[in-house]
Design a protein around this ligand. Structure first.
Ligand code: T46
Length: 131
């Protein structure tokens, strides 16, 4: 279920650089970028799925854990590498937690923000994925 993309690092003695191009390194057109930081370790974010949205999650600094659930099984992914992206397709329930103090997450999204795309009830999520 967890799909980790390994990005090319174009680094030299000056430091490291990753370049991401839509429809090449990122498997969709990027319509939105947002980032999350300053979240306490024990906070649990997410607790929803998306009907259509696909996203790539990149932990730019620090670390955190994503718990993914496709309605059949659950998987935990530890993110701590800015040269990796966690590709989450639609209809996956996600929770994320265990934030390090310095954690900064950047998200590349395939759609503009729409509250209608969110499934915020786990029971509703299970009903929708068996339809
Ligand atoms: C996801 C995980 C990884 C906006 O106004 N625009 C936006 O683009 C986003 C993402 C959020 N918001 C508002 C909606 C809420 O009032 O920001 C507030 C916090 O959003 P939310 O509670 O949905 O944040 P997370 O961290 O639980 O989830 C977010 C994304 O919403 C979600 O798509 O997969 O990050």
């Amino acid at each position: 279920m967890a799909n980790i993309l390994n990005f090319n690092i174009r680094g030299d003695y000056n430091g490291k650089l990753v370049a991401l191009e839509q429809n090449k390194d990122i498997p969709f057109e990027i319509k939105r970028v947002y980032y999350i930081w300053d979240t306490a370790k024990e906070v649990v974010r997410g607790r929803h799925a998306h009907r259509k949205l696909e996203q790539i999650i990149i932990c730019m600094r620090g670390s955190c854990d994503f718990i993914l659930d496709d309605g059949h099984s659950k998987e935990t992914v530890h993110l701590d590498n800015p040269a990796q992206g966690l590709y989450i397709k639609n209809n996956i329930w996600r929770e994320f937690t265990n934030f390090s103090e310095d954690c900064v997450i950047m998200v590349l999204a395939s759609e503009h923000y729409s509250e209608n795309d969110y499934i915020r009830s786990y029971d509703e999520f299970l009903r929708e994925i068996v339809r």
